[in-house]
Design a protein. Structure first.
Length: 336
């Protein structure tokens, strides 16, 4: 493993750097990646952000977004950049399977790998690790990496601050989750002082829906929401035909599960979606209920205690029925 002193020595001279993050990146994934990008280019490094897949259009406003390379759209170029890199920063994920085909390229690369992440059970592929499961966002850890580990907080300009604020805001549920500690608020305040326009950022992320996305949300809540009061659980299931009906694009399903969780008395909510290759689950919970345990134990996934995900290759109806059958095992916790 690299020591911090060794990493700082490497970063003291221009390096070829790749930054990557998990597939279907969210606000924290892109905020932390573009925030770190904005910092590193100031230091004279040659930097590229490579995402495994596309990501929501409501994140495309972020500074330096036009420089992002999407692996599925430019595989040869991305592979060359990974092969030539001296450092690869892996943000907001800790298992190479989370970056799909890009994962094996990263594993085989001769570059030193730096993981900055806040998820459970990291895989041992990294050479340097800045990891804290209590952090509300990877963007918080990137801020800490720059300010406290590299001791270079004066290099956080408006662009970097805006990206890091976006990551913290989105992964903390607009600062409403328990992970939004007083320290997180102090970091957010500092980012605002450094130029992040919190009102504009919130508008760009949350008040930027297409008409199709809103109609899809209305359809889900009106026609697809199933409330299981015996288990204080709510489920929304969506077929691939229903996605096509509303011309759903990447990002259109983000946050839908939170509406199910917002119902009075609900402790567990799941959005179960039939995708082209498999069925995906997005699971949310309140309090100390372990959403991640269900995803890890039954659906080849994992995540945080209150926010987790999984997948299955079974038909959608079978996955929904399996999820319902699991609830009996957790009934005491769900109705407590």
């Amino acid at each position: 493993m690299l020591t911090l002193t060794e990493l700082k020595t490497l970063l003291a001279t221009p390096q070829r750097i790749v930054i990557t993050t998990h597939h279907k990146p969210d606000g924290d994934a892109m905020g932390s990646s573009l925030g770190l990008y904005g910092y590193l280019i100031q230091k004279g490094h040659h930097v590229k952000v490579i995402t495994p897949t596309d990501y929501p259009t409501f994140l495309h406003w972020m500074p330096n977004n036009s420089d992002v390379i999407i692996f599925t759209e430019a595989q040869e170029k991305a592979a060359q950049l990974v092969d030539e890199a001296s450092l690869i920063f892996c943000l907001d994920f800790n298992t190479l399977s989370r970056i799909n085909e890009l994962g094996e390229l990263v594993r085989a690369a001769g570059a030193k790998k730096i993981m900055i992440d806040h998820h459970l059970e990291p895989e041992d592929f990294d050479d340097y690790r800045h990891w804290d499961i209590n952090a509300c966002a990877a963007a918080q850890l990137v801020y800490d990496f720059i300010v406290n580990q590299l001791q270079d907080g004066e290099s956080i300009n408006k662009d970097v601050a805006s990206c890091l604020y976006t990551g913290i805001m989105t992964d903390s549920g607009s600062f409403r989750f328990s992970s939004a500690t007083s320290e997180v608020y102090r970091i957010a305040a500092n980012l605002i002082d450094l130029g992040a326009d919190q009102s504009k950022i919130h508008e760009l992320v949350y008040d930027n829906s297409s008409e199709n996305r809103l109609r899809f949300l209305g359809y889900c809540l009106s026609n697809k929401l199933e409330v299981l009061r015996d288990y204080n659980t709510a489920i929304i299931s969506v077929t691939k035909e229903e996605l096509a009906q509303y011309n759903s694009i990447t990002g259109d399903t983000e946050g839908v599960v939170n509406y199910a969780l917002s119902i009075n008395g609900i402790r567990l909510a799941a959005l179960i979606i039939e995708r082209t290759d498999k069925v995906k689950l997005s699971v949310r919970s309140t309090g100390d209920f372990p959403a991640n345990e269900i995803c890890k134990k039954y659906f080849n996934g994992g995540g945080h205690r209150n926010a987790a995900g999984g997948a299955s290759e079974k038909p959608l109806a079978d996955v929904v029925n399996e999820f319902k059958s699991i609830l009996a095992e957790y009934k005491e916790q769900l109705i407590a």
